[in-house]
Design a protein around this ligand. Structure first.
Ligand code: PMP
Length: 363
């Protein structure tokens, strides 16, 4: 055949997810940990690697790792599930709780993957946009779930890309107000020190998403997990790819998780740097930053797309949201090393003050 029939209709007009990676000196665009796993832990990983059988399929459910995560969270194994990054578990959520005739409640602006997953699975999307300062419109959300017909929603806390925590009491009220499955996406919770985990026992409709990609420096390995009611977890198990979490990733994650306490100083340093970056941003005229409990800061600046290019011209890659819905003229900067953060603040000040070269697109 020289032709092929059309792909599934829900793909028409969709754009593939694009992290917009470009070569740069300072990668401040993907909310990664600026420090790789330290040498001692890497050595232990390498030693463990030698014993991993490569000819055998991995344990499909990664039970050893599940046990470690369960124990650390005061839960049983069947209340935990690991996935190929949080991303896989987000897709599993749409497969298990979405689908034709089902509805997802979205709170934009938020992580764009949620909406794509809903569209890919033919799930209807209802938006309750955030307020102008990016807080959840709590009253509107409670009113909408009260009307019924919502099958699942995701409360991102801290929210990506805007940075703020969801109010704990609001989430509790939400869990009481609906029997929809409420995922609280805590991908960045290590930087906020705030979790809904204590509410798991009382609320069967609560599921919590976490990742190894940020605080634990493992974005390259792809490992995420959910905590929830055993029956909810069982539904996720039905839709997941049987071997999505490979043997290497399981082994790496086990070593890293067993050393999780040693990541604490790094997490604290990022939190301190976050305060320094926010302070630096306040001193740059025309820049408005939003409060953040995560390892990134959203900022608003006139001509953000041009400012993005000027920063990139200085080797600094931040995330350009300036054309995204609800995020007009917004850029998101991840917290990097002190040197990277200084270079970013210097370059941003120069860009805003007109001391940077104009981007080639404008010359
Ligand atoms: N949730 C949020 C809010 C995120 O920002 C990300 C990463 N960008 C994820 C989930 C998924 O992370 P990963 O697949 O790396 O675990």
């Amino acid at each position: 055949m020289r032709s092929v029939c059309e792909a599934a209709p829900q793909l028409a007009g969709m754009q593939p997810y694009d992290p917009k990676y470009l070569p740069a000196e300072a990668f401040l665009s993907a909310n990664e940990n600026p420090h790789d796993v330290e040498t001692e832990i890497r050595r232990e990983i390498m030693n463990t690697m030698r014993r991993v059988p490569l000819n055998r399929y991995p344990d499909p459910l990664a039970n050893d790792l599940r046990d470690m995560i369960a124990e650390a969270n005061g839960l049983d194994r069947d209340q935990v599930l690991v996935g190929n990054g949080g991303d896989e578990l987000l897709f599993d959520l749409a497969l298990a709780w979405g689908g034709p005739g089902r509805t997802f409640l979205n709170l934009p602006p938020t992580f764009s993957v949620y909406e794509s997953n809903a569209r890919l699975t033919n799930t209807a999307v209802v938006d309750v946009p955030r307020t102008s300062d990016y807080r959840i419109d709590e009253e509107a959300v409670l009113e909408r779930v009260g009307q019924g017909g919502i099958d699942y929603l995701i409360v991102t806390s801290p929210n990506n890309p805007t940075g703020e925590l969801a109010d704990e009491l609001f989430v509790v009220n939400l869990l009481e107000a609906t029997d929809a499955l409420v995922m609280v996406d805590e991908a960045y919770f290590e930087f906020s020190r705030s979790t809904m985990r204590p509410y798991l026992q009382q609320h069967k409709n609560l599921v919590i998403l976490r990742t190894f990609s940020k605080a634990f420096s493992l974005a390259g390995v792809r490992m995420g997990y959910i905590l929830g009611d055993a029956e909810v977890i069982r539904e996720f198990v039905k839709v997941r790819q049987p071997y999505s979490v490979d043997a290497i990733s399981q082994a790496v994650a086990q070593v890293v998780y067993s050393h999780r306490a040693s990541f604490e100083p790094g997490i604290r340093a990022i939190i301190e740097e976050r305060a320094r970056v926010v302070d630096g941003l306040k001193r740059i005229p025309g820049v408005r930053s939003y409060p953040s409990d995560a390892n990134y800061v959203l900022l608003h600046v006139e001509n953000a797309a041009i400012i993005w290019e000027m920063l990139y011209g200085r080797g600094i890659l931040v995330r350009d949201f300036s054309r995204a819905p609800y995020l007009d003229n917004c850029l998101r900067v991840s917290i990097g090393t002190p040197e990277e953060n200084d270079a970013f603040l210097r370059a941003l000040r120069d860009a805003v003050m007109g001391k940077c070269d104009l981007p080639s697109s404008l010359t």
